[in-house]
Design a protein around this ligand. Structure first.
Ligand code: GTP
Ligand code: MG
Length: 361
């Protein structure tokens, strides 16, 4: 189990989303539900949600002034600690909204960064999260400062947030340079480790967060990395030899999951971790087959794979969690490149092995 932050009392949150343009209500609900899971993972409690339909975001306050007033009332009535926007806010919008509401305001990228800060364990992932957080917060320092410093920590202000928001930009700039230097050093060690694996066939597990990558990894390597029903349980990539009756010269890497609206600063600072995906001989794209939004999530993963320039690596799509499908659900037919499995219940793994070995070169 992860700890839920060092603030003892769970923070009470308002969630705010905008259905922009032709976005359907269902779609925005899907997104806000995901935001609610993120808040829960970060140790907060959803108290109320506000959704507004608009053609485009308000340049100054993202949502309209009327709704800002409604939220302000709710903040006062229900002892709200923070307001979370489901989209990225510009530095300007963030400042205006914080001033209008007089409470801590964060956006979805900041919430994701916060969860990363909470779950980072290794030296490398801590450096990576620190760097991403600093780069995201740097242009947003003005205006955030008063609310964060008053609250001392909590959601959106862990990691470097708590202490470093109080130092000035120049110092943050310096810290960014130092973090980059330290990461370069860690990257060198990674290169050396990679050299040792040059003669191995390399498989990378990728997929949306909570799809079951670590569960499959554990099954294939008889390992015990953290697998749990939380978002972003895995941040560090782990590479091991596949041990379950496979030829010995295959290694497999479990790595960080993806999500919609992943801050690009995070993708950038996790570059060396994600390079394991880039350099793989085969990608297993893990999908939660029981998820009604699986196709949308596959698209998100494809987009990130493009972003990290891994789109040329051959890939198999693994439909995991088929044990959760009902009789009426269409089970994906096991055909070329689409493999139904259950990592948890040990279903379809022989088939997966055949498919992997067929691509073993
Ligand atoms: N029913 C069922 N649950 C599964 C299966 N595979 C994984 N799970 C569950 O799904 C949840 C997430 O599994 P993880 O393996 O941690 O997922 P992940 O993709 O590594 O997630 P992150 O590291 O957070 O990105 C856990 O509660 C698992 O027990 C499966 O085949 N069937
Ligand atoms: Mg994992």
């Amino acid at each position: 189990m992860h700890e839920t932050g060092y603030n003892k009392k769970a923070e009470r949150a308002i969630l705010v989303g905008c259905a922009l343009g032709k976005t359907r209500k269902q779609e925005i609900e899907y997104s806000i539900n995901e935001l609610a899971r993120l808040i829960d993972t970060a140790g907060g409690i959803e108290v109320q949600r506000f959704i507004q339909k608009r053609n485009r975001p308000d340049g100054a306050t993202y949502i309209g002034k009327g709704m800002i007033e409604e939220i302000k009332e709710c903040v006062e009535d229900k002892e709200i600690d923070l307001v979370v926007f489901d989209d990225q806010l510009s530095p300007n919008q963030m400042r205006n909204i914080s001033q209008a509401l007089d409470v801590k305001v964060i956006d979805r990228p900041m919430l994701i960064l916060d969860i990363f800060a909470l779950h980072a364990r290794s030296h490398e992932s801590r450096l990576q999260v620190d760097l991403a957080q600093m780069e995201y917060l740097l242009p947003r320092l003005t205006g955030l400062w008063q609310h964060f410093s008053r609250q001392r920590g909590g959601i959106g202000a862990k990691g470097p947030g708590e202490t470093q928001l109080e130092v000035d930009r120049r110092q943050v700039g310096k810290k960014i340079a130092i973090l980059k230097k330290k990461l370069k050093k860690v990257d060198k060690q990674r290169q050396t480790q990679r050299k040792g694996r040059e003669n191995f066939f390399k498989i990378a597990l990728v997929g949306y967060t909570n799809a079951g990558k670590s569960t499959l990894f554990n099954r294939l390597t008889r390992s015990d990395v953290l697998q749990e029903d939380k978002l972003f349980s895995t941040l560090d990539s782990t590479t091991r030899v596949i041990s379950v009756n496979y030829p010995q010269n295959i290694v497999i890497t479990d790595t960080v999951g993806f999500i919609e609206k992943l801050p690009h600063q995070l993708v950038a600072s996790f570059k060396s971790t994600l390079e394991e995906v880039n350099l793989a001989d085969l990608i297993l794209l893990i999908v939660d087959a029981s998820d009604p939004y699986k196709d949308r999530k596959i698209e998100v993963v494809r987009t990130v794979l493009d972003e990290i320039k891994a789109s040329k690596v051959p890939r198999l799509i693994i439909y995991n969690k088929v044990d959760l499908l009902g009789e009426d659900d269409a089970v994906p037919a096991p055909d070329n490149g689409h493999i139904p499995i259950s990592a948890l219940k040990n279903i379809g793994l022989a088939r997966l092995k055949t498919e992997i070995l067929a691509r073993f070169g």
